[in-house]
Design a protein around this ligand. Sequence first.
Ligand code: MSP
Length: 513
Amino acid sequence: MKFYITTPIYYVNDIPHVGHSYTTIAADILARWKRLNNYDVFFLTGTDEHGAKIAAAAKEKDKNALELCDEMSAKFREAWDLLNISNTDFVRTTEQRHVLAVNKVVQTLFDKGFIFSKKYEGFYCIGCERFYAQKDLDENGCCHFHKTKPVLQSEENYFFKLSSFQKSLLERITDKNHKEHIDIQPEERRNEIVGKLKLGLEDVSFSRSAIEWGIPLPFDKKQTVYVWIDALINYITGIGYPVDETKFQKFWPADVHLMAKDILWFHSVIWPAILIGANLPLPKKVYSHGFFTLNSNKMSKSLGNVISPKELVDKYGVDAARYLTVTLIPFGPDGDISWQGLTLKYNTDLANNLGNLISRTIKMAEKYFDLLVPQTIPNLWLAKNAAALLQENFASNMDNIQLHKAAESLQDAITLVNKQIETDAPWKLARTDMVKLATCIYSYLQAADIIAMHLLPFMPTLSEEIWRITGATGSIIETAKKYFTDRVIPETGFSVAGSQLRVSGILFPRVTE
Ligand code: MSP
């Protein structure tokens, strides 16, 4: 089975911040989860490099546009390396392979009569890279997202007949049994899209005559492809369209396009219309999460309140930075983050709950069993309880992209084990009942192994470390792949009696404000 997941391609006028990281880490967690479930995963991200905004940013910095794109695109790749993102490919819209894909789609739409030229006048917001009608602006004539006044522009442009797709789109979005059904999530946002769609669709700009920094239209080289049309096509460029037919057929349609709500309309209306027009299948799911703000302010370069991935990693370490970014607010609605909130969650979930489980268990094994998995009757009761709890709550939440809930169930499993440690009070057993102590320590190790396997998508490095610390045998990834297929815990457990444990350094040193 295959699974194809994408993030938006990010504009290179901005440096990667925690907002971009939010979507990318989430997509990475889902990609890793599907790999553990034996899917053949393709995970695509990249950078959006054409259009007015990028041209203006280059001019401002007195740089050639491509030079700016090379520099900034590299910063995104560096950020994703730092965050241990496992993308399969990285598309840049200035690459030749993308130009080929755009030409093919654009020419097909033109040949099928979906493109026409007309004179147009509208308010262009360079931040959104789109035209607005007066009625779409706020009472001060500003764009709702950027709070800036778009400029009235008039151009002879090519247009895409979006209006002729209203019926086909409505059917595909609302009818779950349609063979080309496109599932827009969360539901409230789907309802908004459907409501807007029902009001009717206006044709959209397909080219720009005034913007040189773009891909020339194959049928009129004086105009460039409108940056949004150019950008959306990246999702098929990345999997080989139109040159690698086998790869394209294997991975298209996308299983999930992930993004924030700001660009849901482009992904759930304009992109599907282009695909229907070009006779290509539609993505299965379009999922938009909320925006997060920092101390109640929208993160932006101009406000100077962006958090960079590096700041997060420096403070909490890579794995914890990944975990905190995606679990601090519910995945879907908007939410506010703060450094206090991040640190509190780090200390509660990681330093205290998970960190304590591992350190207490290993310390006792070191003190009383020479740092070996105790020889005892295999006691899998606790591991099985943790596994049952996770089986019930973890997988379905991961599959429904409710990452914060999946993480909550992990915390519940960790708490379950910690509570058992409190109840057993093994530190007292050392004086009274060494046989029981051995069984207890053994059972904590097995439960920790179950937890580590589920933690893998969120914390790939530390889960492997926990696996080694607890003396578990074999590769955690291969073991997890098998476990998620058959859900069977081996009779000897994963950490076999007599195996060598490792002393753990402090996995999650406490962080102070
Ligand atoms: N280039 C277009 C996307 C084209 S996709 C075919 C674009 N780029 S962007 O750089 O502005 O990225 C927007 C996306 O970045 C959002 O949809 C979201 O995925 C992510 N985020 C940026 N800031 C964010 C927050 N503050 N909160 C949540 N997500 C954020 O739009």
